[in-house]
Structures are given as structure tokens and as C-alpha cells.
Ligand binder design. Structure first.
Ligand code: SF4
Ligand code: SF4
Length: 342
């Protein structure tokens, strides 16, 4: 068995679903696409600033010769989810956010792969898991892990788009894999179903309209998007849920991604949690990484979207007691939604 097969076998034995290999050559086409996106106003400033580094692996590690791209499915079967809270007002969390912080899990898996390779030959490497330091999806595509759907998600044959991606730059020459054929059915259900029109056309996303970005950003949310959020309080799975390519996705049973929280959250309890209770509930998930006020703001919006007078009391508590002006301001909006439809 060559080193590539050894790495693949080892990866499988530690729970990595897919491993692909590509060169450390720059991602010129991706860079051009992203430049066009920036010129059309769709770039995010913190990513625009590092565009060249993201697309040029050797800017991250000058001696890199190959990239090992890995994917792990988080398509956990519904029977593994905790029971849905018996509460009148539920907010919904994206499927990727209910298990253990995937960045930590993927980093650890990639370190194990690096230690394994080091047994054969001493190597230098650099690991990237989560975040946006590199163009993960373009790397996975070139490494033969999957293709890009019209909703810009990376799709794999077996696991659909429900995968986390990570990469290792390595100073070892490994024969690259071939990209696989794009199997997007071009049905554009994703484009039609998007609640905000963020998919401005197939393969082009305006992140400023995408609820996945909006529900994780800090600050004020425009009224248009408050309504489109509906009951979503963290992330958005709509364009993936409607995609026929995801219907046959193999369920995942990775213990690391077993749900630590239910994707349906009792909004009233959430808003009444103190900092400690919030930390205990979410600290191991990606939600715990962010600012608590972001999810409280989103919970307030979701309650407003219920337009039900029974939610008014907790919103008034937030309005009078919460320290964040952003959360309080959204509580005023939520109360106005309730009174408008009462
Ligand atoms: S919904 Fe249709 S167009 Fe969109 S990614 Fe899936 S297969 Fe492609
Ligand atoms: S994640 Fe949601 S808002 Fe973003 S493109 Fe997909 S459907 Fe639209």
C-alpha cells in the first residue's frame, strides 16, 4: 500500500469520512471568482483582506507541496436528538451547530493524521479546520471530495452537503486525486427556496443577505431580514434541506457530533438563562464560541415573529433588564410585531 492509501485507511479508522489529495498550487480560478464577487459588493471585508493568502497555499506555508483535504459528516439521524422541548415558542438552530465544536474535532483528527504520517517520514505541516483561512470548498473540490452545488455548498456523493471540511498543508509530495464530476441537478430548488434571495443566481451568493451569516453577525438586523428569519435563531439550512442531492445522504454516527442540544430551543427559557446557565448549555458547541447577545437578539426576533401575546411578558423583561442596547432594541421591534397582529 502506498502512503496515500495508508493515510486514507488510517483516516477511516479514526472516523474521517473522506480524504482527498491535491497539490499546493494556487487556486487561481477561485481567486478570480472571489474577486468578481468582491467587485459586485458580495465580499466580506475580513475575507477580502486575506484573499491572496486564502487562495495561495504557499503564502500559508512556503514549503507546502500537497494538501490533504478531509470531510466528516454531521448528518446525525433524528433518533439521536434529545426530545423536543414541550414549549409554546421554539427557535431553531442549524444542524451543524448542535454537536461538539467541529473545528476542535477536525483539528484533532488532522493532528492524528499528521502523527501517523510522521511515523513513515518526518514531515512539516500546517492544519486548518473551520474558519476561513483557506478556500476549503475549492480545496475539497480539487482534491476530488465533492463538487460545488448551485447554493455554493460543497456536495459529496455519499454524505451530501452535510459535511465539515478541514485541510492539512504538508511538505510531502503526494499524487493528487482527480476532481469528480459536478452532479448538481441544476433544478435550482435551492435558489427558489432561499428566504432572502441571497442566492442572487446559481453559484453566486450575497453573504449580506444570507441568514447563515446574518444570524451569526453582531449588531442590528434590518427589518427585512428580521421577518425572513422567522423562527431561525442560529444558521439556516433551507437551501440544503430542499436539495434532492441530500435526500440519500448517509446518516452519520460520529460520537463527536451527537447532538449536545436539541435544534429546537425553548425561547422563553433561553431568554431567562443567566450567563452561567447559557455557558453550561452551549459551551461545547460553536454557539458557545460567539457572543451570547447574538443568540439572545435572534431569540427576541423569533418571538416577535410568533406574533403571540403570550410572549409579551418575557420581551418586556428583556426590554427593561438586558444590558445590550441591540437586544433591547430588537425587543421593542418584537413587541411591536405582537401588538400589530394582536
Ligand atoms: S437544489 Fe438543485 S440546483 Fe440547488 S444545489 Fe441542489 S441539485 Fe443543485
Ligand atoms: S443558507 Fe439560507 S439564507 Fe443562506 S443561501 Fe441558503 S437558504 Fe439562503
Amino acid at each position: 500500500m502506498g502512503i496515500k492509501e495508508e493515510i486514507r485507511e488510517f483516516g477511516k479508522s479514526i472516523g474521517i469520512d473522506l480524504i482527498g489529495f491535491t497539490t499546493a498550487q494556487p487556486f487561481d480560478i477561485t481567486q478570480k471568482v472571489l474577486e468578481d464577487s468582491i467587485n459586485n459588493g458580495f465580499g466580506l471585508p475580513h475575507l477580502n483582506r486575506i484573499l491572496l493568502q486564502r487562495c495561495t497555499p504557499r503564502k500559508r506555508m512556503p514549503q507546502a507541496r500537497s494538501i490533504i483535504s478531509v470531510a466528516m459528516s454531521y448528518n446525525i439521524s433524528p433518533e439521536h436528538f434529545p426530545s423536543r422541548p414541550d414549549a409554546p415558542f421554539l427557535g431553531f438552530i442549524s444542524k451543524h451547530a448542535v454537536g461538539m465544536n467541529y473545528q476542535r474535532v477536525l483539528r484533532e483528527k488532522l493532528f492524528q493524521v499528521a502523527r501517523f504520517i510522521n511515523k513513515f517520514t518526518p514531515v512539516k505541516y500546517r492544519i486548518f479546520a473551520g474558519g476561513s483561512s483557506m478556500v476549503d470548498r475549492a480545496i475539497a473540490q480539487r482534491a476530488g471530495i465533492g463538487w460545488s452545488g448551485a447554493n455554493t455548498c460543497l456536495y459529496t456523493i455519499d454524505y451530501g452537503s452535510w459535511v465539515f471540511l478541514g485541510n492539512m498543508l504538508i511538505d510531502l509530495e503526494i499524487e493528487p486525486d482527480r476532481p469528480i464530476e459536478n452532479q448538481c441537478k441544476e433544478c435550482y430548488r435551492c435558489v427558489t427556496a432561499c428566504p432572502t434571495g441571497a442566492l442572487v443566481k446559481p453559484n453566486v451568493i450575497d453573504p449580506y443577505r444570507c441568514l447563515s451569516y446574518i444570524t451569526q453577525m453582531e449588531g442590528y438586523i434590518s427589518e427585512e431580514f428580521r421577518i425572513s428569519m422567522g423562527k431561525k435563531i442560529f444558521g439556516c439550512d433551507t437551501c440544503q434541506q430542499v436539495c434532492p442531492q441530500n435526500r440519500q445522504a448517509i446518516p452519520s454516527d460520529h460520537p463527536e457530533f451527537m447532538p449536545l442540544i436539541d435544534p429546537s430551543v425553548d425561547l422563553i427559557s433561553l431568554l431567562r438563562m443567566d450567563k452561567e446557565e447559557f455557558g453550561e448549555s452551549f459551551e461545547k458547541t460553536v454557539i458557545g464560541l460567539g457572543n451570547r447577545d447574538i443568540i439572545l437578539r435572534n431569540a427576541v426576533i423569533a418571538l416577535g415573529n410568533y406574533r403571540d401575546n403570550r410572549a409579551a411578558n418575557v420581551l418586556k423583561e428583556v426590554l427593561h433588564q438586558h444590558v445590550s442596547p441591540v437586544v433591547r432594541d430588537h425587543a421593542i421591534w418584537a413587541l411591536s410585531q405582537i401588538s400589530r397582529f394582536d
